[in-house]
Ligand binder design. Structure first.
Ligand SMILES: [Cu+2]
Length: 144
């Protein structure tokens, strides 16, 4: 009988100290889990930027280039993709068929009609893998 009581007391003490240690471990695990979610998300879902365009910014292009292209530094999501080309007078000269390259998820192109000499502005927009919209514009010129 006294033996049993002693065993019982030991078990309760072990239970209490084990509970406190387990609680500390849970809190530590939670903190680490939260930190890793933030750091891993930053690495896995990078913010895409434009690294190259064709024609180049402020570059010259032939009237028969046929298409205008943008390359991002990372793959972009297949939603909200846009690439439009507008003449100096505001006329849209692209074929409204902007699409992500099926072989390269970081490459977008749009067909353009034959371009008369003049200045043009290309506007791009894409949904970055991190969920942010990336957009901007560049100019190029078709010489006579
Ligand atoms: Cu971003």
């Amino acid at each position: 009988m006294p033996k049993a009581e002693l065993r019982g007391g030991d078990a309760r003490r072990r239970g209490r100290s084990g509970g406190a240690a387990a609680h500390q471990a849970r809190v530590l695990w939670l903190v680490l889990a939260i930190l890793s979610v933030f750091t891993l998300r930053e690495k896995a879902d990078a913010h895409a930027i434009v690294v190259r365009t064709s024609p180049a910014q402020d570059g010259a292009a032939a009237g028969d280039i046929g298409k205008v292209e943008v390359w991002y530094d990372a793959g972009i999501r297949d939603a909200f993709v846009a690439l439009a080309v507008v003449s100096e007078s505001g006329e849209r000269v692209d074929k409204r068929d902007a699409a992500i390259d099926s072989a390269d998820p970081a490459h977008v192109s749009v067909g353009v009609n034959p371009l008369a000499p003049g200045k043009y502005t290309a506007r791009y927009r894409a949904l970055s893998a991190d969920g942010h919209i990336v957009s901007g514009a560049w100019d190029f010129e078709v010489h006579r």
